[in-house]
Design a protein around this ligand. Structure first.
Ligand SMILES: [Mg+2]
Length: 266
């Protein structure tokens, strides 16, 4: 690993590390997973917290907007919700079979020479299940997830003792930078949520808005899908300074060997 990281540091690439969000970033928001997740959260609000069925959906949206997630919101409002119980309810029952292996994405991710890290608000069990479904379980060096940002939650004696930390909170971003041990100026952060991208920019990361063709003010780049990275940000694969010409040939052919995604509607 050390020599691997060193070669990335010595390269002409402006990036030493790539940090990827998971849901709606490594797979499309149109798989049906996001919809099923919203339904599970609504059911949780009704079944476990006693809210009226007619209010659940609007309450979920409001908690997300204000607190970053329903779990964070419920705990901030004083509900003693156990995070593991919440995650096994809302994530444990997701139709994971809707996420299909993505060999094209795997090729692109494996061709990236820098360290690759997952940074997700979801719990670790969900992250691993999604990566396995995509065929990417062996492609990342580290997973930074809910548990990384909230290590003391299970020790709390009341719901407000440790506020739930999640993207886009700047504290959560700093925890991730520390956990990843990266220099944000040389780290590329990819996320489908523009608020997360804005938070990334604030803490000094280079940013990519995923799922959009037009970038927001805080995004340095925009890609429709992660597999478009070779076309949109070829400098990720920039070559070592020594032996530049030779390496350029090799790298160019490596980039060309990455399958070109089929354009939407083609
Ligand atoms: Mg996301």
């Amino acid at each position: 690993m050390d020599s691997f990281c060193k070669s990335a540091r010595d390269s002409a690439s402006p990036f030493n590390c790539l940090v990827f969000d998971l849901d709606d970033t490594l797979y499309s928001s149109r798989t049906g997973i996001a919809e099923a997740l919203r339904k599970n959260i609504d059911d949780y609000l009704v079944e476990k917290c006693g809210f009226a069925e007619s209010k659940a959906s609007s309450l979920r949206s409001e908690l997300f907007r204000t607190y970053g997630s329903s779990l964070a919101g419920l705990r901030a409002l004083g509900y003693d919700i156990d995070a593991d119980d919440y995650h096994s309810y809302v994530h444990g029952r997701l139709p994971y079979h809707l996420i299909k292996p993505d060999p094209q994405l795997r090729n692109v991710v494996l061709s990236i020479p820098q360290r690759k890290i997952i940074f997700t608000n979801s719990d670790g069990a969900h992250a691993i299940r999604v990566l396995k479904r995509l065929g990417l379980e062996d492609c990342f060096d580290q997973i930074i997830c809910f548990e990384t940002m909230n290590p003391n939650l299970s020790k709390s004696t009341h719901p407000n003792e440790f506020p739930v930390l999640l993207k886009p909170s700047l504290d959560a971003m700093q925890i991730a930078i520390q956990a990843a041990d990266v220099d944000p100026r040389h780290t590329l952060f990819l996320d489908d949520n523009h608020r997360n991208v804005a938070a990334g920019k604030t803490v000094g990361l280079r940013t990519v808005l995923v799922g959009k063709s037009v970038r927001t003010m805080e995004a340095d780049y925009a890609v429709e899908a992660v597999k478009d990275l070779p076309k949109v940000i070829p400098e990720i694969w920039a070559v070592p300074v020594e032996g530049r010409d030779q390496a350029l040939v090799r790298t160019r052919s490596e980039i060309d060997s990455i399958p070109t995604p089929t354009p939407v509607g083609a």
